[in-house]
Design a protein around this ligand. Sequence first.
Ligand code: OXD
Ligand code: MN
Length: 606
Amino acid sequence: MTVPTTGTPSTNPTLAAWVDDWVSHCQPDAVHWCDGSPAEYQEMLRLMVHAGTAIPLDASKRPNSVLVRSDPGDVARVEDRTYICARSQSDAGPTNNWTDPEQMRATLRQLYAGCMKGRTLYVIPYSMGPVGSPIAGIGVEITDSPYVVANMHTMTRVGTRVLEVLGDSPAFVRGMHSVGAPLKENQPDVPWPCDASNKYITHFPETREIQSYGSGYGGNALLGKKCHALRIASVQARDEGWLAEHMLILKLTSPAGEVRYITGAFPSACGKTNLAMLIPTVPGWKVETIGDDIAWMKFGPDGRLYAINPEAGFFGVAPGTSMQSNPNALLTARANSIFTNCALTTDGDVWWEQMTEREPASLMDWIRRPWQPGCGRKAAHPNARFTTPARQCPAIAPEWEDPKGVPISAMLFGGRRAGVVPLVCEAFGWQHGVFLGSIMSSETTAAAAGKVGELRFDPFAMLPFCGYHMGDYFAHWLKVGQRTSPDKLPRLYYVNWFRRDAENRFLWPGYGENSRVLKWIFERCTGGGAAVQTAIGTVPAPGAIDTEGLAIAPGAMEELLRVDVPGWLANCEQIDTHYARFGDRLPQALRDELAALRRRLTAVVG
Ligand code: OXD
Ligand code: MN
């Protein structure tokens, strides 16, 4: 039986056959090929409102925007249900869940049988990166969720022009997604269909495929983001000699008008969006945004690494975002945005914790319950999000969509560490920088399901996102450093905005004040920036960080830059355990770096 179809089906034979197979297996009531048009986006909003998934916000306050509340069982990425189904378990490595690909395909094939009954199957052709850019990549996502279609419209470039660039090529990432909630005849739908207790987020790196089942939320369902742009792309990058990283990209301009581009890898919900959009407190300096979450980097003809932001929107963490912490993010989300799991105000707008100085007198919270200040519950879910177009960001750099990318001068690695790790430390060279990236650790946040505040090693902020063996990933980074001359490589830095004093208070104010650290890094990249060599790396010399006008406790700067030798020696023990997981796939160069660090630390203690 032919299924009623709207939109223009692709004539690409590989794509058409792949879609046909899933249509006959999932048995949707209808098929729609997405064209990426504004009318299509509006239709998705209309469908969501009609189904009770979304409510329109007051157009005078938040034009063309909706609030969506998910099922409470489907609120974050599910790392324990995320699999890398490489042919050999050893290729997935010790940091990924693994199941044999054929076994996983069989499990999912069964779950997908008839899973779209009563629903529409949408085909979303998308480009990660500016359409046609030599650094960009194409994917096609099949989904039965209008929420996913609408979010993909904002987060990626969707539609006909992508199919034109793809032509008849079979080189696209295949993403299959279903919320896993078929409808029987006359069965009413629920506002957020999902199969909360039976989620699978699976990747088949060798065949560049993704199969996701049961969740409609964020990185579990918007397959262009974490699944394609990080897990599958990291494998492509290894095979082809480039980098797909969990990094923001920013443009830093000095008062003299000189420009440097910087990337930064930080674990989820550690302030990447804030850093990418910060408003410097140092007079005359300017930060503009290229991307807030993912960077794809390839070598240009001049031997330098050029980065693009593969995404077209921001899927930002809402709680904590305010006109104080990140005005540019709030202003970006002023219109044309989808808010998920935020609270609803009595006048039809959204609210979340710390959005305003004073809490509203009453709200409807994210699980649709009445909420008042002091009631003991959060109004918004801690992982509530806004999906908003990057082009609306007041700080977006004019070149953010340049197909050739921007040349990177420095890369930051950072985590959330209450102690030990100083405010900033420059690597001695590429190999030492790769070592610093490999030992990054952070206290966990609400972006992933699980316990918040536990210390975990999160190398390069890629622990949940690396699509292959992490030991091989380190080796790949080392190899990238050998592909060009050292002076063309970005300088590498380890930063920590979250160090605390003995009373557990933050030592560093963060946010716009981070521009002081960026300024020092800029100076280092342009031949200045006074520095001292320590056992752990090169740190700013006393007075080298511009503290003019900075309100900071006496002695805090010294403490922020202090090398805590006993703390680092204890850290080395933890690194031993962390490294032991990678067995003989841990590059010898990193073992050597750890041994050298120990020697330098021991020499300090004498
Ligand atoms: C994200 C994440 O959503 O890292 O960006 O969890
Ligand atoms: Mn992220």
